[in-house]
Ligand binder design. Sequence first.
Ligand code: AMP
Ligand code: MG
Length: 393
Amino acid sequence: MALTFEQARQTVLSEVTPLGSAEQVAPLAAAGRVLAEAIPADRDYPPFARSARDGYAIRAADVPGELEIIGEIRAGEIFSRAIGPGQAAEIMTGAPLPPGADAVVMIEHTTREGNRVRIGRALRSGENFNPRGIEAGQGTTLLDPGRRLTPAEIGLLAMTGRERVLVYRQPRVAIVPTGDELVEAGQTPRDFEIRNSNAWSIAAQAVRAGAIPEILPIARDNYGDTRQRIERGFEADLLLLSGGVSAGKYDIVERVLADLGAVFFFDRVLIQPGQPVVFGKAREKFFFGLPGNPISTLITFELFARAAIDRLSGAPHSPLPLLRAKLACDFRHKPGLTRFLPARLSDDGSAIAPEKWHGSGDLAAVARANAFLVADADRESWRAGEDIRVMLK
Ligand code: AMP
Ligand code: MG
């Protein structure tokens, strides 16, 4: 049964469950990892009524008008006096609002003469400061478990004074390249051989997805060797195979997996490149057979294996980085499959142009590109200027 890529992704997301175990790490080491505890606010945020502007703390009812300046409040200082009727205090961004004041007027909207300030406009009570606790009250949950920690959340850990944080263990991903034509990247291939590039691009993708990759030796296209490597691969949390899942005489990966008792959730998805991608489970571990053409491998990892890594890591999922842009030229393809083609997205993200390429083995073209154009399966042609989907690289 062939699935659309959305259906296949849903299958992955619903089958794979979190590994569960967690460890304490320092906040910076937690960047990119998945939170395994709730983070409460240790105090009110902001902890005091905080001026959002440089200007004057005033009583809104007094303006427009001319006020007496009774002092200055810097960030990091506390002002003990109250602002009475007809009075103002000069205040800096980040300083606590003094008692009596209920608004801050921006310095740009004032004229000062000696110890008097003239304010020509009306203000609403509450303007230009953040009341205590408005962002979060003490004890309320700032972050829930299951969140992948980006720089904003790392800043929040520091804000709340956390020196250690509980994150889920990173999944270990075994990578098994297959193919008689392959030599290791450090070796010199003979004329009819190629270097094993997929293991390295997959490993880089695994790192980016928050997993720990382990590249295993190349499995040759015979039953014994492939079976031995696959069995070793099942020692990891997730097994990613490259190659050997097409219809060729020596594509034996699926046969080996079946003999190991595998359940196959899908073995074909309506995409190109990457149509023969395989997803299943054997020996309590999930595996993917990623088609060996380097672009097929890249695309199928991004669409499916990354979702599995998210789930194993304890995160619900990371949405695909899909957006829309206007085609820079007319475009057509043969409908039936969703196609992912290397493309160049303009700097402002508004325009997309296909990159010249020579099929799903053309790693150089994808390296030149900065995105993939996503051609929907149910549509044949687009005119220049029409919207089309784009997946970031
Ligand atoms: P396969 O999926 O095994 O039929 O391989 C499809 C194409 O991808 C063939 O041209 C292979 O030579 C190539 N290929 C397979 N594995 C790799 C690899 N690890 N690195 C680079 N290219 C590969
Ligand atoms: Mg092969």
